[in-house]
Design a binder for this molecule. Sequence first.
Ligand code: NAP
Length: 222
Amino acid sequence: MAKILSGRGYILGLTARRIALLAEVQNELPERSYIKRLDIAEPVEAMQLLTGLIEEMQGTDIVVVCSAVCFYNPEINWQSEYDTVTTNVAGVTAMLNVAFNYFRQHGGGHIVGISSFKALRGGSKSPAYNASKAFLSNYLEGLRFNAQKNQLNISVTDIRPGLVNTSMSLNKNSLFVVSVETAAMQMCKAIESKKRVAYIPMRYWLIAFLMQKMPFGLYRRL
Ligand SMILES: NC(=O)c1ccc[n+]([C@@H]2O[C@H](COP(=O)([O-])OP(=O)(O)OC[C@H]3O[C@@H](n4cnc5c(N)ncnc54)[C@H](OP(=O)(O)O)[C@@H]3O)[C@@H](O)[C@H]2O)c1
């Protein structure tokens, strides 16, 4: 996404824990960009760092909250569940909070959260992950509702990817997995057209619809 958006002239600020990887990405970007090491599992410090990055960039129009962890955890080990909630719920909420309040104070902007089609149902192998994405999609709707009720010029986009071939993907051989390039291209399109909710790729809309309607007895056989 960074490569596509930079190619279209966006000035980007990129954050994650692995600063060396961020620097590699930065070297490939045609447009000016900023990088900052930031660990959202330390939400209070991360909020200060994100605020500092926005100041350094002299403002921002869009904040995309993409960071997450996902553990294969069929044994329901506590540490994995805790780490998932700390990053995907507390950390993500902290970043969205900075973005929402920044846009409230600066006349508006666009918030994007990368959720998942898994937000719609519980998952047996990574239950905290599915639940964290349910939280995120619900929270994004709450922020959109709040912005509209208070007549704030803040748009909120909830992106729900299907299976994408990244290091996070547990099921790389599934017929339903899409490439990073395809997913990134479609996510950028959804952001630029300010969609409220976008399934990536689009066919996941149907998969999500069927998943939601499916009785538990059938869902558990998948
Ligand atoms: N791949 C899929 O099939 C799929 C499907 C649906 C939704 N998604 C969602 O898409 C988003 C991107 O995931 P991905 O597939 O690209 O997986 P990924 O390659 O594992 O990327 C996860 C990203 O989150 C960052 N991150 C993790 N913990 C962090 C922390 N504590 N502080 C700051 N950054 C942190 C990582 O950077 P560092 O490790 O350097 O911090 C990395 O950039 C996630 O929200 C994921 O839930 C993925």
